[in-house]
Design a binder for this molecule. Sequence first.
Ligand SMILES: Cc1cc2ncn([C@H]3O[C@H](COP(=O)(O)O)[C@@H](O)[C@H]3O)c2cc1C
Ligand SMILES: O=C(O)c1cccnc1
Length: 342
Amino acid sequence: MAVVAVNTEIEKEARAHQDNLTKPRGALGRLEDIACWFASRQGKLLPDPLLPHIAVFAGDHGVCEEGISAYPSVVTGEMVKNFARGGAAINVLARQCGATLAIIDVGVMSDLSGFEGITHKKFGSGTANLLREAAMPQNQCAAAIEAGRSEAKAAIAAGANLLIAGDMGIGNTTASASIICRLTGTTPEAVVGFGTGVDENGRSLKVDVVRRALERISGKADELVLQEVGGLEIAAMAGFYLQAAESGIPIVIDGFIASAAALAARVIEPQVTNWMLASHISHENGHALALEALGLSPLINFEMRLGEGSGAALVVPLLQSAIALHSQMATFASAGVTDKDG
Ligand SMILES: Cc1cc2ncn([C@H]3O[C@H](COP(=O)(O)O)[C@@H](O)[C@H]3O)c2cc1C
Ligand SMILES: O=C(O)c1cccnc1
């Protein structure tokens, strides 16, 4: 299916509406742009309030055996249980912004079957080591993308009009860095960061792992990037974004991992970024560069480096404010306020 076209006519009308509101033109800065962005995506001059849904996809990474994370793989499954019980950062932020939250196991190493509060769609017990071989077979990658799509479809059917994908997967900054390097043509030195908190030696090791993984796949097509150096959760996130854009539903991108998934989705469907807003700039080294490649401009820089969809959830109230201002402010005419030109 194709990505839905953006309604540029409504965008122009929304701009004109902003200029009639009782404030100096442009005085609300990016809040004005955001309101017009939603008007054109919803096809409504006065956009509806946002009903956000967050889907956190979880999967493990075989590349952890190279020692590229400060934490062991077992933390992925433990954190999924924490999500299900409501105790993680994303649970708090979802509650703060009134978002519904789904947790999906697409490839966690530990056995989570029977654990309540989780959607069980496991396609493998983590990926293979992307340094040595393809992270996953083609059919597994396709199934993970499809799982992401079906999560987006279900959320939209339940009434969500804003979609956020979050990630949980120890080792996934290495997979994400590999994707970002490959798809932006940038060096590992510029993209690889400290992830959960490795030291300088740990980062050098990661740089080397990513460099060698890129060498391994140098002759392969960009279309294979997810299965070669991605992750099950990253593939699901890409599918989630593709479905949102094909259903004409706005997306807020989180941090480094979400941006890697967005770049991978763009290989499959170049127009997907028309439906994306960038929330924050992650502390992870190459994030700025990934956002620039996506043509997205982050709203805030809070030096966060968490993932889980946390940065995206954090900006939802800003987006809500942008829409409320646009929809509820009086115009110069309705309030009897004299405009600039008398
Ligand atoms: C307790 C804990 C909670 C997290 N929530 C998200 N991440 C984040 O950190 C991991 C990526 O970093 P690296 O590539 O260095 O392993 C991912 O699981 C990501 O979701 C977490 C990491 C930890 C340790
Ligand atoms: O920006 C992110 O998404 C991120 C950064 C470090 C670790 N986990 C996630």
